[in-house]
Design a protein around this ligand. Structure first.
Ligand SMILES: [Zn+2]
Length: 282
């Protein structure tokens, strides 16, 4: 496969050819940065783990050169940081037994430039080979520009495909800003009760970010536990870990559906829920 960036790569943990590895994909997550996949797409990783009929492929759009660094990594150059972050992402793919891990290697300024179509072209090529049933990307209410930029490129790529080649579902998941605020009927919940130690291992390989002073490992596991407990105020916890996603499927079924009003409607349902409760008990 040829991508726009010469330094893009496809890593296949079990050594299959890259085309065969991609072709077995059933679940695909497309994220901005190294470690975003393991923070937000633990649901499909666990669902595909050790299965023969379900395969998870991860795609990371940016190059990791601008990553924050501290401690052991404080004096690393951008090039060294790039190498470390690619190595960490490959380690996660091994731990999680991914079908393949694609690293598109774009500077983040390209990922958040709405006029640059290069990542969209790469994603179209990947979708054509992988034909995933379910696609996971960032949610459209995330507070990180690069995350929202990647989600918009995923939507643009999927919309350009013929309807029969699009996935059945597109989900927008949580990293920067969780989705607890959405009304329950809007929440897509992934049960992460099982394989807790595998989830922790997937987060733990990203030492350069965790050692840099951000405990994404503890925060992500804590968020999953908090979601499980606070999901339902009556009754006991049925799950010990949950992550949430926004269902973005309508945006790839109805390709002329405007994106901003679609997200505003989700926000309006939350606003209405708050107003209704105040009126009810006030
Ligand atoms: Zn990120």
């Amino acid at each position: 496969m040829k991508f726009n960036s010469d330094s893009a790569e496809i890593f296949v943990p079990d050594g299959l050819s890259s085309e065969a590895a991609l072709a077995r994909t059933t679940h695909m997550a497309i994220r901005a940065h190294q470690d975003d996949i393991e923070i937000m797409a633990a649901g499909p990783i666990v669902e595909c783990f050790q299965k023969t009929d379900r395969w998870f492929t991860g795609v990371v759009v940016t190059d990791g050169r601008g990553s924050p660094r501290d401690g052991l990594y404080a004096n690393f150059s951008d090039e060294e940081m790039h190498a470390v972050r690619f190595k960490e992402q490959r380690k996660a793919a091994l731990v999680g037994e991914y079908a393949a891990q694609v690293l598109l290697d774009y500077p983040s300024k390209i990922a958040k430039d709405g006029r640059n179509r290069q990542p969209v072209e790469d994603l179209v090529a990947l979708f054509r080979i992988a034909r995933p049933k379910v696609v996971y990307t960032h949610n459209l209410a995330d507070k990180h520009d690069t995350h929202v930029g990647v989600a918009l490129k995923v939507i643009a790529a999927l919309r350009s495909l013929p309807a029969v080649e699009r996935p059945e579902k597109l989900y927008g998941c949580e990293v920067w800003r969780d989705l607890d605020w959405m009304v329950d009927s809007d929440k897509i919940a992934f049960n992460l009760t099982e394989h807790e130690s595998l989830q922790a291992a997937l987060l733990g390989v990203f030492d350069s970010q965790i050692a840099g002073g951000k405990r994404y490992d503890l925060a992500s596991m804590g968020r999953r536990r908090a979601h499980a407990t606070y999901f339902e105020s009556h009754g006991v916890d049925l799950a010990t870990g949950l992550t949430y996603a926004m269902d973005l499927t309508p945006l790839i079924v109805q390709t002329d559906l405007e994106i901003t009003p679609f997200v505003q409607e989700v926000i309006q349902r939350f606003a209405q829920d708050v107003t209704d409760r105040l009126n009810r008990v006030g």
